[in-house]
Design a protein around this ligand. Sequence first.
Ligand code: CA
Length: 233
Amino acid sequence: MKQPHILLVEDETHIAQGLIFNLELEGFLVTHAETGAAAYEAFGRQPYDLVILDLMLPDSHGIDICQQMRKTSPQLPILILTALGEEQDRVNGLKAGADDYLTKPFSLDEFLLRVSGMLRRSTWYQATLNRAEEYLFGSNRINLNNLQAITAGGNIRLTELEGRMLESFFANEGETLTRAELLKSVWGMSEDTETRTLDNFIVRLRKYFETNPAEPKYFLTVRGRGYRFVRDP
Ligand code: CA
């Protein structure tokens, strides 16, 4: 993968400097804009892999910028940064097409996790748009476009829901997905729904893809929280 290019729109210098420093440490290329005007200018100059957007800017509101960017770049991951208590802004930001938000003050770790998660998801979605992209781990080859899987135990035809669950895991490799997140992304359910179905699905995935389903290496249980997919145990 080429070095991801991030557009950071943030007018508070000390915050921006900290973020740039750490994003660059992670290997990202960062373009910084301090105003809405500068953001539009930078945005028109070249494509980006991710935009991080502060909402309160001296010359404009981040929500408007978000909407504008969405018009021309429907696939672009946009992360908005809001100040504590700007609940309505957060809602409006998501309505305007942002993919995710972080409330200031946030921890640097969480910020970097969000950024890399968003980039990974977007790369993965682009790959699926290009079709025929196969996902490999262990001795398994999985194609989520046609829901065919080749495993050590033979060929499997995955169900739509199994495909969706694998999609969530692959898009969040190495990260814990809570039960609530999985239920929501796979079944569209809220977290208070009966959740034994989820565990049954995990049992099935382990049976398909694990060498020893009783001692899983890829689809791990995170006690009290949910599950985690590891591609290279
Ligand atoms: Ca600001």
